[in-house]
Design a protein around this ligand. Sequence first.
Ligand code: ADP
Length: 485
Amino acid sequence: MTLALNDPDLFRSRCLVGGTWADADSGATIAIHNPATGEQLGTIPKMGAAETRRAIDAASRAWPAWRALTAGARARVLRKWFDLIVEHQEDLALLMTSEQGKPLGEARGEVLYAASFVEWFAEEAKRIYGDVIPGHQPDKRIVVTKEPVGVCAAITPWNFPLAMITRKAGPALAAGCTMVLKPATQTPYSALALAVLAERAGVPAGVFSVLTGSATEIGGELTANPIVRKLTFTGSTEVGIKLAAQCAPTIKKLSLELGGNAPFIVFDDADLDAAVDGALASKYRNTGQTCVCANRLLVQDSVYDAFAEKLTAAVAKLKVGNGVDEGVTQGPLIDMRAVEKVEEHIADALAKGARVVTGGGRHALGRTFFEPTILADVTPQMKVAREETFGPVAPLFRFKDEAEAIRMANDTEFGLAAYFYSVGMNRVWRVSGALEYGIVGINTGIISTEVAPFGGMKSSGLGREGSKYGIEDYLEIKYLCMGGV
Ligand code: ADP
């Protein structure tokens, strides 16, 4: 089928490899479908190791000239890229909803969110300062400079088809690195459209390549090739562990944004209506398919029933459907594997004593549509407590006091985002300090912005994306020791 794009040239069925739009060497392709309708959107090249080597070689050749530009010159190219992304917001949103399923409103929001990283890092490029350190001997002068890491590889997921790319490519290119990207196979067209706009903005050939195809072959080459100095990955902890191991022999730098198991704590002194709004936004955004989605709702005994009642009323207003249709707030899940995982988590919880408050099964619309679900009487022994459900299921746990809430919240290998609602100033400080999480939302369910550092502790990852810290992940520190002065 053909999408009604204002600029049909944004839809590409080829990959950008070292400045050339190419098919796979073998001619092999992969068919891409719209999860809401099942319609085939088109095909993409099924590339492998040979094409990846070519992209890496091109990135290596392009690096000296790109890093030699002034930060201001690189920033102007990135600024142009930002302008083009914003200008094509409607087309990019339609492409995204068609391949990923999220409601058009959320897709439009993501386009601007994705663009914001390019703008932010275009500005930050000019502020990569070094240091002058007082010498340790009378004849010594010590200077510290920051330099681009070099050729970077990026592997990105399907849940944010644009933003997960720009928050890697933005700082990398701003810092003077070059990048080879493998986007998720489910959402290639957003990534390829981004590459079209990068070319139009004047990003030189080889500085930003995008390859679609075999995850293991492309990923294998990206992680094994010694020319690649850094891997940046967003995805599951399971795949992150594999990639980190593959990067070990060549000691690549790593940025990893992995899984989460976000607690969302509602204390007895919370503004319950605000907590319901926050829970709704955090839990059901993108149909529960974000790594910072509330995964466990921990509610204090005395407000448990009232909160459950208010949340149920709010969830009843969610509208499930095709993301391009007016008023839809819940798109389909990405694929059948995702549906099966959600079903498995619900079945496990019910078998161990939980009960369904609302939803609980596949939606009447069929395909991968799922009913927004609330489970009550959930306990830490259930799968929903330990694993990331990545679907529209809100499990309600009960706790007695602050100490128990903190214990339950930290009782996980993950440490990405946590949320809590309380109006007590002392409690806010105490609980913020006690949570072992990289991001803490206090009286808010929405925490993502390009100006703040996003990233996790424990098994949730390494490094931070966005903010002034985000560019450091793409910089090496060099120290110059001048003697005999
Ligand atoms: P999710 O569970 O969100 O689908 P994954 O971790 O499976 O996340 O995938 C995230 C990204 O990692 C995707 O681009 C996928 O193609 C890629 N990927 C998955 N397995 C591998 C692998 N073994 N080697 C390299 N990349 C992989």
